[in-house]
Design a protein around this ligand. Structure first.
Ligand code: DC
Length: 231
């Protein structure tokens, strides 16, 4: 069977990674969380005091910091994890310290070029499900299947709050809602590769869908493309 590239884009906390991971498992494809790569870069900048806010950025320092970064996805007993320069940072990149800054880091064109190149390399062999913000528009504009995920902001904030509280991060609903709204604002209005729906993307609003229902819907969409690409 021919392998295809599946791009899953959408707003923050829309269930993109849940769907993308489940799709990849079902199809025997590789799953790549491109957001984890932006988070790893943001963590490296925070750890090393690299200024990334627009008013204090220095191109040379950013370029030099990027040349020190190696990001990998490795299998661990807890599942697939993001490694930054050989260290498992999976937990750390999900913390609010990183969530609060990652959108700003991801507006930097040098950072985007650095990561997009690696993402394209990872998808070279096809048979990949990648989730993010610009996968269907910039990373793989030729992807055979593009899904654009959305859900009502209040529902997304409740889901995210539940995840954070389960991990022991004390947050209020209002704080989570504000963080999501701010990330969506920065992600959709940045000059370089803003979050937007590709013209040929299929929209999945999962506000009232269970993870199983959204997987079934996506598999139906994928099935059509797999049939087409087999002919
Ligand atoms: O999917 P996520 O929430 O883990 O992504 C973290 C941040 O990274 C998000 O605020 C926007 C940025 N991002 C991006 O700009 N492009 C991508 N392809 C993936 C993530």
């Amino acid at each position: 069977m021919n392998k295809i590239i599946i791009a899953v884009d959408g707003f923050s906390s829309c269930g993109k990674s849940t769907l993308a991971r489940a799709l990849a498992k079902k199809l025997g494809y590789l799953y790549i969380d491109s957001g984890a790569m932006y988070r790893a870069v943001a963590l490296h900048f925070l750890q090393n005091g690299i200024p990334f806010k627009p008013e204090e950025r220095e191109d040379e320092r950013i370029e030099s910091a990027l040349s020190d970064i190696q990001i990998e996805f490795r299998n661990t007993p807890e599942g697939k994890a993001t490694f930054l320069n050989g260290v498992n940072v999976e937990e750390e990149i999900r913390q609010m310290r990183v969530a609060d800054h990652v959108s700003k880091v991801s507006t930097i064109s040098t950072v985007r070029r650095f990561l997009v190149k690696q993402q394209q390399e990872l998808g070279k062999g096809k048979g990949v499900v990648m989730d993010g913000r610009d996968i269907g528009t910039v990373v793989f504009p030729e992807a055979e299947l593009k899904l654009f995920m959305t859900a009502e902001p209040e529902i997304r904030a409740h889901r995210r709050l539940k995840e954070l509280l389960a991990k022991g991060t004390p947050m209020t609903y209002e704080e989570v809602f504000a963080n999501l709204a701010e990330r969506d604002r920065i992600d959709s209005t940045r000059a370089d590769s803003p979050l937007k729906q590709a013209e040929d993307a299929l929209v999945i609003d999962n506000s009232y869908l269970t993870p199983q229902e959204q997987l079934e819907l996506a598999l139906r969409y994928a099935g059509r493309h797999l049939e087409i690409s087999e002919n």
